[in-house]
Design a protein around this ligand. Structure first.
Ligand SMILES: [Zn+2]
Length: 169
């Protein structure tokens, strides 16, 4: 079964980049940066063309996260299911929670790639420190951990062996 994690990795691989501007251009998605008040971002299909709007008043990291979140809605076809997706507060998100969670999982692969996590684990950072540093909330961090363990079980076993052999490191 193809998971949201697989889908995110496939998109990154397909485009050979994480650059949202290039990905949107390649996929025919209109990408706009506008002031949206309290709304973080939105995505919709207008005249058959997907449109992503990001609130340009957010800080750079939040614009990045929001852009990937909205890209997730478009790529995972949420825009067709719910016509329009708005990202505002966590409370509003709970109204369409499964779709919002999937978009968050999708987005996390772009700003927190597997390769980055592997490198940090090699440097003995804990999973919690790595994911908390990127603002991943608990259920999102656990979803990434489950996917990570399934995908990199051998590497994780090697790391565990190393930590056991050298408990002071
Ligand atoms: Zn959303």
């Amino acid at each position: 079964m193809t998971t949201v994690h697989d889908k995110a990795r496939a998109i990154i691989e397909e485009h050979g980049t994480r650059d949202i501007g290039r990905i949107c251009r390649d996929r025919g998605i209109a990408l706009l940066y506008l002031p949206l008040g309290r709304v973080r971002g939105m995505s919709n299909v207008i005249g058959g063309r997907p449109v992503i709007i990001i609130n340009n008043r957010l800080d750079d990291f939040q614009q990045t996260v929001t852009g990937y979140h909205e890209l997730g809605h478009v790529v995972l076809s949420h825009t067709e299911q719910s016509r329009i997706t708005l990202s505002t507060s966590r409370i509003a998100w709970s109204l369409s929670r499964p779709l919002e969670f999937d978009a968050d999982v999708f987005a996390s692969h772009f700003y927190l790639p597997d390769e980055y996590i592997l490198d940090r684990l090699e440097e003995d950072f804990s999973w919690y420190d790595i994911t908390a540093g990127f603002g991943l909330y608990d259920s999102l961090s656990i979803a990434r951990l489950n996917d990570f363990e399934a995908r990199y079980s051998e590497r994780l076993c090697e790391l565990a062996r190393r930590w056991n052999d050298d408990p002071d490191s």
